[in-house]
Write a protein that binds this ligand. Structure first.
Ligand code: UD1
Ligand code: UDP
Length: 379
């Protein structure tokens, strides 16, 4: 029996990583037709993930422009999806997380009166501008969604506090753990792009990209990294730099050509996840890394003032250190010097899931489509 058509829409690297397990599970249900649409808000970084997981999009809006702004992404996604949704007429549109693709796709689905399923729903900082624009992207998507796939009880509570009906929320775990478990393995052999790294030293893995950190905050973070490599000769900083020119130019200006600092192109997910597993500490303003690194038992210093992911902080493996140079430096220094503090933070914990989130999500979607068909027949 044909249950219906699900349109999966995403546009950036993290959405692709976290939607890949869902697409894989959806494709196992032959009664559901799955249509994959990428907005390509990211290009090369998205394509790396599509290739790794063997996802061939049915539609590619190819939107990315050098130094794009929020207006061009929002309007490009809206108008691009209008045509695709009107042609395909899906029964459900599935979006992920908090990017501008997420919000604009949910809005386009609403304009077409198509129900929206929101994967990774309910994370909140309750600060409109931090992370910016993600906090509002995620909240507004939540207002538009019909099905809310909350990764944890904390995110479920956030949704309940906003009067989302409890029967519309499912706690599924985060699909990032599904992707990670499929990808990290002992004895992974790194390719030539990582040849210069001395894995006998302690690796500090760094990523930064948040808009609210552009400029002086990032300068502060990079200055702290310089202090750390100068003080600790057994440390190497490995920094796969985001393609955003604002980030890339500053990273090259401040950290390029420095001894024991490796500025790399974005790594494909398999290499990156295994590099995380081989690291000593992770320092990042990324969302996804706050979920992945704790499950690998890696202490994470979060280079932000707020986080919508409090679970691993409560468990003690993640520390919110902000972006002030001295605070960043001191927090990392303490972990490098104090073994007991390090061991306390290096406990492998998994508040974000058990690797079966996608299976749970697809079960709910299947039931949802069944009920819709039943309701249509009664009417
Ligand atoms: C976007 C999301 C952010 C998410 C992040 C993950 C928005 C507003 N931002 O931020 O929520 O956490 O992705 O990485 O939705 N670029 C390339 N090649 C790529 C990708 C990016 O050249 O493959 C460059 C382009 O010049 C592009 C710029 O990076 O204009 C910024 O990309 P954009 O998607 O607007 O913002 P991000 O900072 O990547
Ligand atoms: N990642 C990757 N290659 C890299 C850096 C990160 O595959 O060089 C992965 C990382 O494991 C995580 C995701 O990209 O799953 C995080 O992406 P990003 O930090 O860009 O976005 P955020 O999670 O902050 O939205």
């Amino acid at each position: 029996m044909h249950l219906g058509k699900v349109m999966v829409v995403f546009g950036t690297r993290p959405e692709a990583i976290k939607m890949a397990p869902v697409i894989k599970e959806l494709r196992k249900v032959t009664d559901i037709e799955t249509v994959v649409v990428v907005t390509a808000q990211h290009r090369e970084m998205l394509d790396q993930v599509l290739q790794l997981f063997g996802i061939v999009p049915d539609y590619d809006l190819d939107l990315m422009k050098e130094k794009q702004d929020l207006y061009s992404i929002t309007t490009g996604v809206l108008t691009g999806l209008k045509e695709v949704m009107q042609r395909e007429k899906p029964d459900l549109v599935l979006v992920h997380g908090d990017t501008t693709t997420t919000f604009a796709a949910a809005l386009a689905a609403f304009y077409e009166m198509i129900p929206v399923g929101h994967v990774e729903a309910g994370l909140r900082t309750r600060n409109k501008y931090s992370p910016y624009p993600e906090e509002m992207n995620r909240s507004l998507t939540g207002r538009l969604a019909e099905l809310h796939f909350a990764p944890t009880d904390v995110s479920r509570e956030n949704l309940l506090a906003e009067s989302v009906a409890s029967f519309k929320i499912w706690v599924t775990g985060n699909t990032v753990i599904d992707a990670l478990m499929e990808t990290v393995r002992e004895g992974y052999q790194f390719d030539d792009s990582l040849q210069g790294i001395d894995f006998n030293r302690r690796i500090i893995l760094v990523t930064t990209h948040r808009r609210e950190n552009w400029g002086n905050h990032m300068r502060d973070i990079y200055a702290a990294l310089l202090q750390l490599v100068e003080e600790f000769e057994d440390v190497e900083v490995v920094f796969p730099v985001h393609r955003n020119p604002t980030v890339k130019d500053l990273a090259e200006e401040m950290l390029g050509g420095r001894e024991r600092i490796h500025l790399l192109d974005p790594l494909e997910y398999e290499a990156f996840a295994n590099l995380m597993n081989a690291s000593y500490i992770v320092m990042t303003d990324s969302g996804g890394l706050q979920e992945e690194a704790p499950s690998l038992g890696k202490p994470v210093l979060v280079l932000r003032d707020t986080t919508e992911r409090p679970e691993a902080i409560q468990a003690g493996t993640v520390q919110l250190v902000g972006t002030v140079q001295n605070n960043v430096y001191k927090a990392a220094r303490r972990l490098l010097l104090d073994r007991s503090q390090y061991d306390k933070m290096a406990q492998a914990i998994n508040p974000y899931g058990d690797g079966k989130a996608a299976i749970r999500i697809v079960r709910v979607i299947t039931d949802f489509l069944y009920v819709r068909i039943g309701a249509a027949n009664i009417n």
